[in-house]
Ligand binder design. Structure first.
Ligand SMILES: [Zn+2]
Length: 199
């Protein structure tokens, strides 16, 4: 006889766009302190220095995920498919080389996509990582309650939460983590596809 079957814990994913930049380290430190893995969608042109590469490699070792957000944060929508492929590939090549690891995830700037973007993601072996919770942290920097409300209202099991590498996000992140834990969520890294190389 069974009287109770515990469900596996509902899980959500924290993602941070538009880095790397001056707040990357702060965000990673907060995540690491809480033993939480984040997904970072970096703009290729922001990733330049040797120091950034070294830090990125440490992030990967600690289980964070680094994806691409194109080279120059340009819209893909309405561009020919081959142009979109080229835009994605230029950024995965660049970032991958800098961080010494393959890129599995692509997030389109402004969330602006069309049918060609879906095809281009496939052709470049990228998982198109959208989101279903927009924290609007970029918009409400001076209204932290609104950001918290957005997340609290929209989050559900499986949610991918969109945030940005911004000062206000650094300030709010501990509260966001607390809120999600209170709601009973596990916070997990975006799953890395099985390359078939693992034993
Ligand atoms: Zn962006």
């Amino acid at each position: 006889m069974i009287a109770h079957i515990p469900l596996s814990k509902p899980t959500v994913y924290l993602t941070f766009d538009d880095g790397p930049g001056r707040y990357t380290q702060d965000i990673v430190e907060i995540l690491d302190k809480n033993n939480i893995k984040g997904g970072f969608f970096w703009v290729g042109q922001n990733l330049k220095t040797e120091q950034q590469s070294i830090f990125a490699k440490k992030m990967l070792e600690n289980g964070h995920i680094i994806g691409t957000h194109t080279m120059h944060h340009e819209k893909l929508k309405k561009k020919p498919k081959d142009v979109q492929v080229q835009m994605i590939r230029a950024s995965t090549d660049h970032i991958s080389k800098k961080i010494g690891a393959p890129i599995y995830y692509f997030r389109p700037p402004y969330g602006a996509i069309d049918q060609n973007t879906l095809v281009a993601s496939k052709e470049t072996n990228q998982i198109l990582a959208y989101w279903n919770v927009d924290s609007l942290d970029w918009k409400y920097g001076d209204k932290p309650d609104l950001i918290m409300n957005n997340i609290a209202k929209e989050v559900k099991p499986g949610s991918i939460i969109l945030m940005h590498e911004k000062e206000q996000t650094v300030k709010l992140l501990p509260k966001v983590i607390e809120l999600l834990k209170q709601k009973g969520y596990d916070i997990a890294p975006l799953p890395v596809p099985d390359s078939g190389k693992k034993s």
